[in-house]
Design a protein around this ligand. Structure first.
Ligand code: SAM
Length: 295
């Protein structure tokens, strides 16, 4: 693991502008809703940091990590941006606890692949009823890998976590219990689940937001968000703008009616008469997951 001190201007000067521009509305939407200007941000698996560049534009101080280098350290040397080159888990050993206003993670490969594998294993042995209802997430399984769980310790009290998932996601319309599992895992790390968003027509795409601190402060913060600009899009590089701007909030801490089971109630006939399963039930589910992850 290598810790690099870089000039953010030099680091961001080589970014591919197309990707950066595609992320603009989504990232500034986060900045405006969660008041992120000027904050101290830690991002793991940041890749080329197209998204994080908008935090920098909003006067944030960045600490980034990736196992691969997409830039030449020698030409970016300077100060103002810390980059941990190496495995995120190893970087976390060096990164102090309780320091960051925001932990931002967008599609961290090892975590997304873990979720994908858990679902593939589950659908291979699910019951007919689970297959008929597209249940792909097992009960009592931790939504997040050890690395992301450990990363929650890096957030200061009153700080936020934002996880964006665009691979290996869990369809929250058919797996509402998955949100309960996130809530539980977050709570065991001192984080309260604040909000969850998905695309109405592609429900494994998720934006998950949490608050580090006790439940009463999180509730106050959640209420304060009701006066802030709404999230209108996320995952700016998603290929179909019609889908990525049709965002639905499926969890809001302060609004008990915003819960996945209420936003996506099961169809009235689903319990009485489950839909006939495709010829090979689990193959059908795997195919559905694959087609969603491919986007
Ligand atoms: C799908 S990309 C996401 C990049 C960026 N966050 C985004 O949203 O475009 C996944 C990133 O995880 C990085 N990665 C994979 N394994 C990692 C590890 N063990 N530690 C740190 N980064 C890792 C990859 O190099 C890649 O940049």
């Amino acid at each position: 693991m290598q810790k690099l001190e870089l000039s953010p201007d030099l680091f961001f000067s080589n970014l591919r502008t197309v990707n950066r521009d595609l992320c603009k509305d989504a990232m500034l939407g986060l900045v405006h809703r969660y008041d992120l200007s000027g904050k101290n941000v830690l991002s793991l698996g940041a890749g080329e940091a197209f998204e994080e560049s908008w935090f920098y534009n909003s006067d944030c101080t960045l600490t980034l990590n990736d196992i691969n280098l997409s830039f030449t350290p020698a030409v970016c040397q300077g100060s103002g941006l810390t980059f941990y080159h190496g495995d995120a888990g190893a970087a976390l050993v060096d990164i102090p606890d309780g320091r960051y206003d925001l932990l931002y993670v967008s599609s961290f490969h090892p975590d997304e692949i873990r979720r994908e594998t858990i679902q593939a294993d589950f659908v291979a042995q699910q019951t007919e009823d689970q297959a008929a209802h597209y249940v792909t997430w097992p009960d009592d399984e931790l939504p997040y890998s050890e690395t992301l769980n450990d990363a929650l310790a890096k957030i200061r009290d009153g700080g936020l976590v934002i996880f964006q998932h665009y691979r290996g996601g869990v369809c929250v319309d058919t797996n509402p219990h998955y949100i309960d599992e996130i809530e539980k895992q977050f709570q065991s790390a001192g984080v309260q689940l604040l909000e969850v968003y998905t695309f109405r027509r592609s429900t494994p795409h998720l934006l998950v937001v949490g608050y580090k601190g006790d439940a009463s402060h999180a509730l106050e913060f959640s209420k304060s968000l009701q006066a802030r600009p709404e999230i209108k899009t996320f995952h700016g590089r998603y290929g179909d703008k019609e889908i990525s701007t049709d965002v639905v909030k499926v969890f809001e801490l302060a609004s008990e009616h915003i819960r996945p089971r209420k936003v996506f109630p099961p169809p009235p006939t689903a319990h009485a008469e489950p839909q006939p399963t495709p010829p090979a039930a689990s193959a059908g589910i795997v195919e559905r997951l694959r087609s969603l992850f491919r986007r």
